[in-house]
Design a protein around this ligand. Structure first.
Ligand SMILES: Nc1ncnc2c1ncn2[C@@H]1O[C@H](COP(=O)(O)OP(=O)(O)O)[C@@H](O)[C@H]1O
Ligand SMILES: [Mg+2]
Length: 320
């Protein structure tokens, strides 16, 4: 491993998850600085490209959440600048960020994921919402969870108990994305399983169990201290934990991810870990589950992030 030079953390951006990303980025910068690594934090705006060209860092650590952060855009740009970075390549990000595509790939690999219908706004507009909603309810039953086909931090996500609530849930979803994923709601225990690869192959971190005080793991439950109880390792049978770890590793492998990821799942009443989604730039705030998984594994956040950056900086940037 070469000596690690300057790490540039990219955070912020224009997604609804801007604040979360700035929090993640600030925490990462402080951690790296504390162990003697030169780390700068840059918000992504019109000044970003001139700065990258004028003073290229040795490696970039993107902690941008949401669209353009997780859909491959920022990494495609970093590739254009021949800059090495931590995390998955653009094609893998595109697959992972699109929940419908990720679910299809994961299901083809034999992993359980809730039954779902994916439809764009135009379908409801052009064909009429009422007959479609009736069919969706007949197909999936109730309750369902309506969510943007791509997004994060539970923005635009609504749990719908009665058919009458679907139209409004779709409206709120379409405020965040042009396409909706309407998914069978799974009752059970929500867990998040991080994956880490600092060069020796991907390993799954201990599962973090998520128990929001008010019921839903929404934005407030995620980022308000004390609004959610977390249990690491999750209070589940060892066989279930092993299967959930396998699901996270399968998602990482099938989607061609690199370095780090976090898979969100619900363990249903039969003990089956149902895949919800995988994140290529997991949150790194004080209440984020990826760093909690590290801690539960006895790993130091700063040291792991330094190793990820060093591993990435030794890797030649792809061209074309
Ligand atoms: N099929 C489902 N059944 C039950 N709860 C769900 C389902 N899908 C999502 N949720 C809940 O909504 C939250 C957000 O959904 P998720 O797909 O992980 O999107 P995000 O990218 O916003 O985190 C989850 O953390 C979970 O609490
Ligand atoms: Mg999630």
């Amino acid at each position: 491993m070469t000596d690690l030079g300057r790490v540039l953390i990219l955070a912020g951006g224009l997604s609804p998850e801007r604040e979360v990303s700035l929090h993640s980025g600030g925490r990462l910068r402080d951690a790296l600085t504390r162990i003697g690594i030169e780390a700068d934090l840059a918000d992504v705006d019109a000044a970003t490209l001139p700065a990258l060209a004028a003073d290229p860092p040795d490696v970039v650590f993107p902690v941008l959440h949401g669209t353009s952060g997780e859909d491959g855009t920022i990494r495609e740009v970093l590739d254009l600048y021949d800059l090495p970075y931590v995390g998955a390549l653009p094609p893998a990000c595109r697959m992972a960020f699109d929940k419908a595509t990720a679910k299809a790939a994961i299901r083809a690999a034999g992993v359980a994921t809730p039954a779902a219908v994916t439809l764009p706004r135009e379908a409801f507009h052009d064909l009429g919402a009422a007959p479609l909603i009736e069919r969706i309810v007949a197909r999936l039953g109730l309750p369902v969870v309506v969510k943007p086909r791509a997004g994060g931090s539970a923005f635009g996500v609504t749990r719908v108990e009665e058919a009458g609530g679907l139209a409004e849930a779709l409206m709120s979803c379409f405020g965040y994305h042009d396409s909706a994923l309407i998914e069978q709601a799974i009752a059970g225990v929500e867990i998040a399983v991080g994956v880490l690869d600092t060069g020796e192959g991907p390993v799954a971190l201990p599962a973090v169990e998520i128990e929001p005080t008010a019921g839903a793991y929404d934005y407030a439950a995620r980022y308000t201290a004390g609004a959610t109880s977390f249990f690491t390792p999750a209070r589940l049978h060892n066989d279930v934990l092993r299967a959930a770890a396998q699901t996270a590793l399968t998602a990482h492998r099938v989607l061609g991810l690199r370095d780090l990821s976090r898979t969100d799942m619900i363990v249903d009443e039969d003990g089956v870990a149902q895949f919800l989604e995988v994140n290529v730039a997991p949150g790194m705030t004080d209440t984020s589950t990826w760093p909690m998984g590290l801690r539960a594994a006895g790993l130091d956040f700063a040291v792991v992030c330094r190793d990820l950056a060093a591993y990435a900086s030794d890797r030649p940037a792809p061209r074309g």
